[in-house]
Design a protein around this ligand. Structure first.
Ligand code: HEC
Length: 153
């Protein structure tokens, strides 16, 4: 066997083998009773924007695309989700203290103003997650209401 073929074979073999290292998958099945939108009268439009733009990384349930099953992409996604949830988890929102909620609201406003979230590479792959100026305005209104003391119980 020629050296080049051997290298290709080894690369394929390694690629095949790493597929057995399956990362944690963020797939809670029943809706969370601690979710920010659980038992609230939030405008469905706002709910949809936030779920589409933020829930893959900031909730207990990720909608995985097909390529998310393929290592090493699966490992990267798993790390993003873990990281995202550590900073902010909408599925566990009502477990946060009021201070933490209000701090998180400030952070959310900030990342939206700076167009930091959702991360740009994610938006390239998920067009529906893009925050248009109109969507941003809706979100800011909603966040403003929450900041005015309507902290969710
Ligand atoms: C593709 C995954 C992903 C999506 C989608 C996403 N985030 Fe994030 N987010 C992260 C990660 C990872 C971090 C932590 C690391 C960092 O700060 O970059 C984070 C951090 C944050 C933080 C904390 C920032 C700080 O200063 O600590 C806030 C607030 C936030 N995201 C809000 C949002 C909002 C609101 C949306 C939807 C509009 C959203 N994110 C969408 C992955 C994501």
């Amino acid at each position: 066997m020629k050296k080049k073929q051997l290298i290709i074979l080894i690369v394929l073999l390694v690629f095949g083998l790493i597929q057995f290292i399956r990362p944690y998958r963020n797939l809670q099945t029943n809706p969370s009773r601690y979710d920010i939108f659980h038992k609230t009268e939030t405008n469905p439009e706002v709910v949809m924007i936030v779920q589409q733009a933020c829930y893959d990384c900031h909730s207990n349930r990720t909608a995985y695309p097909w390529y998310a099953s393929i290592a090493p992409v699966s490992w990267m996604i798993s790390q993003h989700v873990k990281d995202g949830k550590k900073h902010l988890n909408f599925s566990e929102w009502t477990l946060y203290s009021s201070e933490k909620q209000s701090h998180k609201l400030d952070e959310i406003v900030e990342v939206l103003q700076e167009n930091e979230m959702p991360p740009q590479p994610y938006v390239w792959l998920h067009k529906e997650a893009a925050i248009s100026p109109a969507k941003k305005e809706r979100l800011m209104e909603w966040l403003n209401q929450l900041q005015q003391g309507n902290v969710l119980k």
